[in-house]
Structures are given as structure tokens and as C-alpha cells.
Design a protein around this ligand. Structure first.
Ligand code: MSP
Length: 523
């Protein structure tokens, strides 16, 4: 490990169903993971950020059949939609795992064989109800008026032999683990939900599907008439993606430092199936599973049938990538549900980004060019107001790491905005344009402009994980020569890093104001 490293950090997103058209729900988790990864890298952690796609199962098989193509060829085409969106959203993942890759299939089969050899997996006859769209079994008492309790669609009675993982045997261990580790499942409300679920007997998990019903999956190594249940396959990506079992790669370095970011609907699989699977395999469980809320659109559930699916590509085209990243993280606390509307988005852009940040940046840089030919002036004696501005920024720097560890992205941004507001206030109160009128005020003018330029440098640095391209633009226009991404938050976030005598550049507008009457709000 690098001697300067603060340790290792590993963050994951769910692997998305390859069939889906990426929407803001997918973008949301991936942006959050990206912000966390970028923040940790700037803090000096060796960071691994994994995302990918979930490519097996009935839905993919069916979609491929309908198009008359081979399922793998279908996945190869579909996966590009996610990969190109992550590129547009400036996602800095270290790897992208696809469950159809050999490196993943090998690990899944190895784990299955090992669990089977050790009696953790057994075969029995199963009688119950099956929901095709959800690809899962229900018992008679689970059903809601004879329908699937999750999607409310028709279920089919089946009786078949299948393989089961002895999940029930880990129930009391799991309860104890959750009770002892109050940050294992966050937010608290979700932790309580899982403890409530575990108050009832936990059943063994069916982990196979007969090939006569489904071919598109990872073959069970000890019985070639079966493929692996898609969730058992998918969860393993979190270890196969960092080289588990290959004897090389980053596994020993990053496991079990993992933080799994997920949506609230897939909490049971991540906080019940996954930790019990890991324990049976003989691996430590991840540090944290954080379940975020869901986005609705103008108060309604997002769905294909309502034709209100918010496509991130449209948002990027209309508002720009950083405005999208900012809005999703600022508008709603990460663990709660949120509502998307274009008008809320326009409001945020105009007030926070164009007015507060964009104006500050362009007026300070323009004054530096006008009054000092763009050369960063040297500060002279400091007044109380100068110290105050400095204090705001050091307070923010000290608060951010904890807020980020708590995944309180909206709070972290609100905190960061305190420097922006304090700087705007400072400019207004010190009125550099008046100081520029008299030669005797020149030393004061130098100090005021140095202070505000330095503030902007710190803002650019702290904002970098949230709005990477905006920060890069600010960084280079402030004349900073070292790469933004090589900075260390603690050291370079301290006041005084800006070197007098360097040249700043003519500012280009960061966030032009949006005239909402010119935006067409159609979906
Ligand atoms: N393939 C599984 C995950 C396997 S992880 C080992 C899956 N894929 S998914 O594509 O259906 O969903 C991925 C994520 O998108 C989930 O975390 C889900 O919560 C999230 N969202 C889907 N709709 C959403 C919103 N409307 N709002 C926020 N997130 C939403 O599940």
C-alpha cells in the first residue's frame, strides 16, 4: 500500500438489469457512488469503485428471443447504453463487471461447488407459487389475493426439485450482527425494517432454476440440468469484480471495506441473502449497506406505462452534466424519497448555480483581470472580515468528511454553500470596485481579491467530487497548474494555497441562467 494512503475504501452500485433503459434512478446511485469515490480519493484513500450489469435471467432470455438474437449478443448491445451514460455523467468507476464475463462465472461456480461440498447447499422438492416477472417463489400465505405480493401479477403453481442454500441456519447470527453494528444497515429506519423482517423465521433460499424453464444463467456445476438463481449470481459480483478467488487483483486489499449503495427495494437481498452467503463462504461481511429512497416524477411513480420515465441523457442535453449531478444530490436527503420536476431543477440551477456560484466566480475573476491584469495579488494586513471568511472555509473543511461518511450529500452541499454565501457577502461588503478608485486603497484591494480568489480555489477543490468538470474549469481558470485530482483535501484545502503572481484567465460562464419559458417540459 502507498505509505501516504489513509487506508482502503470500496464502493459499489447495484449491477443494473441490462434490459432496462437507464433512468434517473440508476443515475442517482451511480452518481452518489462516484461522488463518494472521488471524495475518498481526494482524502487519500486507495479507492475502488465498481459498477456493472446483471445480465442473466428470464427477462433477458425473453427479450433476446423476441428480437431473434442470441442472449449474449443482446446483452452486448444493451450494455452500451449504461456504459455510454456513465461516460457522459463523468463516472470514475475503476471497473465495470458484467455477470456474463468468464471472471464472474468462474467465481460463482467455484462458490457453488464449495458450498455444495460442505453441505451448505442441498436438493429438495419444492411446491409453491412462482412469479415469472419477479423470478421468485412464494408460499401460499405470501400471496396477496392469489397474486404476487410484489408486482400483483399472476403466479403459477409449481412442484419441482431445486437446490437450496441453508440460509435459515444463519438467522440468529445475522440478527446479532445487525444489532451489534449500528452502521451495517443505514438509514436507521431500514435497519429496523430488516430487524422486523428477521423476527419471523427465515427460510432456506432456492438458488437454482431447472433448465427446462430457464437456460440463460450460470450452470450449476454439480448438476447440469440447472442454472443459478439470478440474485445468487448477481450478488457475487461484489467479490468477483475485485478478483476474489483469482489469487490476484484487489480482493485482499479492498474486502471487506465495502459500502454497498442500493435502492430501498433491494434491501432484503443485500442485507439478508448477501451477508448469510458470505458467512457460509467464509468471508467477512461488508461495512455498510445504504438504501436510498426512490424518485417519483411530479408526484407520480416513474413507469413506462405512464410514459414519465426521466432519461438522464435528456437532462444532460438540457441542463448539462454537473447541474444534473448537483440537483440529484442537493434536492433530497439520500435516504429519503424525492420528487423530480423540471421546474425544481431550473429553480436550483438559477439560484444555487448561476446566481450564487457562477456569479461569484465570474465577477471575482473579472475584477482580478481588470484591476491586476490577471496576476494574483499578494494579501497584506488582514482585517477581521478577512479572518472570518477564512474561518468559514476551515469550518466547512472540518465538517465535510463526517457528512460524507454519513452519506449526507445534501448536507455536505449545503455546508459547502456556506463558503459561497460568505464569499458573496464578503465581496459585497468590501466592494472592491470602490477600493479600485483610490490608489491609497490598493493594498486593501489586493487583500480582498486575494481572499476571494483563495476562497474560489477552495470551493473548486471541495466541489470537485460533486461537479468534476465545473471544478476542473474553475481550477484551470484560477491558474492552478497541478492537477486537481492529485490534490489532498486536508493539506490543499487549507487556506493560503493560492500563489500570488500567478495568472488567472478570463472566466467563461459556469452556469448560464435558464429562462424557464424557453425550456419545453415535455418528457
Ligand atoms: N439487478 C438488480 C440489482 C442487483 S445488485 C447485485 C436490480 N437492478 S435494477 O436495474 O432493477 O435496479 C437497480 C437500482 O435502481 C435499484 O437500486 C433500484 O432501487 C434503483 N431504482 C429503480 N427505480 C428507481 C427510482 N425511481 N428511484 C431511485 N432508484 C430507483 O435491481
Amino acid at each position: 500500500m502507498d505509505p501516504k494512503s489513509k487506508g482502503s475504501f470500496y464502493v459499489t452500485t447495484p449491477i443494473y438489469y441490462v434490459n432496462d433503459v437507464p433512468h434517473i434512478g440508476h443515475a442517482y446511485t451511480t452518481i452518489a457512488a462516484d461522488i463518494l469515490a472521488r471524495f475518498k480519493r481526494l482524502e487519500g484513500f486507495e479507492t475502488f469503485f465498481l459498477t456493472g450489469t446483471d445480465e442473466h435471467g428470464q427477462k433477458v432470455e425473453k427479450a433476446a428471443q423476441e428480437r431473434g438474437v442470441d442472449p449474449k449478443a443482446h446483452c452486448d448491445e444493451m450494455v452500451k447504453r449504461f456504459q455510454s451514460l456513465w461516460q457522459r455523467l463523468n463516472i470514475s468507476h475503476n471497473d465495470f463487471i458484467r455477470t456474463t464475463e468468464l471472471r464472474h462465472r468462474t467465481v460463482v461456480q467455484k462458490i457453488l461447488q464449495d458450498l455444495y461440498n460442505r453441505g451448505e447447499i442441498y436438493q429438495k422438492n419444492y411446491e409453491g407459487w412462482y412469479c415469472v416477472p419477479c423470478e421468485r417463489f412464494w408460499t401460499e400465505k405470501d400471496l396477496a389475493e392469489g397474486m404476487c405480493p410484489d408486482c400483483h401479477r399472476e403466479v403459477f403453481e409449481i412442484s419441482e426439485k431445486n437446490y437450496f442454500f441453508r440460509m435459515s441456519k444463519y438467522q440468529s447470527w445475522l440478527i446479532e450482527h445487525i444489532e451489534k453494528n449500528d452502521r451495517f444497515i443505514l438509514p436507521q429506519s431500514r435497519r429496523n425494517e430488516i430487524l422486523g423482517f428477521l423476527a419471523n423465521p427465515l427460510e432456506d433460499l432456492c438458488i437454482s432454476r431447472p433448465k427446462k424453464r430457464l437456460k440463460w444463467g450460470i450452470e450449476i456445476p454439480f448438476d447440469t440440468d440447472y442454472v443459478t438463481y439470478v440474485w445468487f449470481d448477481a450478488l457475487i459480483n461484489y467479490v468477483s469484480g475485485i478478483g476474489y478467488g483469482s489469487g490476484e487483483g484487489s480482493f485482499s486489499h479492498f474486502w471487506p471495506e465495502a459500502i454497498h449503495l442500493i435502492g430501498k427495494d433491494i434491501l432484503t437481498t443485500h442485507s439478508v441473502y448477501w451477508p448469510t452467503m458470505l458467512t457460509a463462504i467464509g468471508l467477512a461481511v461488508p461495512k455498510m449497506v445504504f438504501a436510498h429512497g426512490w424518485w417519483t416524477v411530479e408526484g407520480r411513480k416513474m413507469s413506462k406505462s405512464l410514459q414519465n420515465v426521466v432519461e438522464p441523457n435528456r437532462l444532460i442535453d438540457t441542463y448539462g452534466v454537473d447541474a444534473v449531478r448537483y440537483f440529484l444530490m442537493r434536492e433530497v436527503p439520500f435516504g429519503l424519497d424525492g420528487d423530480f420536476s423540471d421546474s425544481a431543477m431550473v429553480h436550483r440551477i438559477n439560484s444555487d448555480l448561476a446566481n450564487d456560484l457562477g456569479n461569484l466566480f465570474s465577477r471575482v475573476l473579472s475584477m482580478a483581470i481588470r484591476y491586476f491584469d490577471g496576476l494574483i495579488p499578494s494579501p497584506s494586513s488582514m482585517a477581521e472580515t478577512d479572518h472570518k471568511l477564512q474561518e468559514v472555509s476551515s469550518k466547512v473543511l472540518s465538517q465535510l468528511p463526517q457528512q460524507m461518511n454519513d452519506l449526507s450529500f445534501n448536507k455536505a452541499l449545503a455546508t459547502l454553500w456556506e463558503i459561497i454565501s460568505a464569499s458573496n457577502k464578503y465581496v459585497d461588503e468590501n466592494a472592491p470596485w470602490s477600493l479600485a478608485k483610490e490608489e491609497k486603497d490598493r493594498p486593501r484591494l489586493s487583500t480582498v481579491l486575494y481572499q476571494t480568489l483563495e476562497s474560489l480555489r477552495i470551493i473548486a477543490l471541495l466541489l470537485a467530487p460533486f461537479m468534476p468538470s465545473t471544478s476542473e474549469k474553475m481550477w484551470s481558470q484560477l491558474g492552478m497548474e497541478d492537477s486537481l485530482w492529485k490534490q489532498n483535501l486536508k493539506e490543499n484545502g487549507k487556506w493560503g494555497g493560492l500563489k500570488p503572481g500567478r495568472k488567472v484567465f478570463k472566466p467563461t460562464p459556469l452556469f448560464p441562467r435558464i429562462d424557464s419559458s424557453k425550456i419545453s417540459f415535455e418528457k
